[in-house]
Ligand binder design. Structure first.
Ligand SMILES: [Zn+2]
Length: 207
């Protein structure tokens, strides 16, 4: 067994034994410097939002988060990484700043040209809407449980919206009749969003 730092001649080539660093190796191998901006751009796969995807030891990570955690340290609990260079495929740690969800949302509106005051207003509205939607989800589940319906799968009705939360099915196959707890995507009050309906499974989506 060779020690780290040892030089080993093999035929006419000499190797130096280095520590195995899978994260660093992956990040180095799958990125390249963008000369103008100084960004370190991910050359591997991107997700649908344009963020780099890194596969390592059977798991998938967002490349910029992996880069930050490998080269800087843990991302503080509940914080998001803002790309200060505005390039989602950039993994340079110096271009990543941990910020709250609120600040991240505010900055998005600032970059679209809003004033700070207006950006904060819009961010507050957006986060409120998201919280409302989570509340509606929770309410749908509670209603279903109260009606003796067990949690099942998410089913789309074939269009993009709404996502129907199927909470019980008689035969869990495509084309089967089901009882649905319906939760339209728009922001009504949760109490009025929920109703039980008969419908047909069009497509199954894992929850
Ligand atoms: Zn960058």
């Amino acid at each position: 067994m060779y020690e780290v730092g040892t030089t080993v001649p093999v035929g006419r080539i000499t190797f130096t034994i280095e520590r195995y660093k899978p994260r660093e190796d992956l990040l180095d191998r799958k990125s390249c410097v963008h000369e103008e901006s100084g960004c370190l751009l991910w050359t591997g796969a991107l997700d649908r939002d344009g963020y780099g995807l890194a596969s390592l030891e059977g798991r998938t990570f967002r490349a910029h988060r992996l880069s930050y955690e490998t080269r800087v340290g843990p991302i503080p609990e509940g914080m998001q990484l803002d790309h200060t260079c505005e390039r989602r495929d950039c993994i340079r740690p110096e271009h990543l700043e941990p910020v709250t969800n609120f600040e991240n949302t505010v900055r998005r509106f600032l970059r679209q040209g809003a004033t700070r005051e207006r950006a904060e207003e819009l961010a507050t509205q957006e986060l409120d809407r998201m919280a409302e939607s989570r509340k509606a989800d929770r309410y749908a589940r509670e209603q279903a449980a109260a009606a003796g319906i067990r949690k099942g799968m998410l089913v789309r009705d074939g269009r993009k919206q709404p996502v129907w939360k199927v909470l019980e099915f008689f035969t869990p196959t495509v084309g089967a009749d089901v009882m649905l707890v319906v939760k339209p995507a728009d922001g009504e009050t949760p109490r009025r969003l929920v109703e039980l309906k008969r419908a047909r499974i069009v497509e199954m989506v894992a929850e």
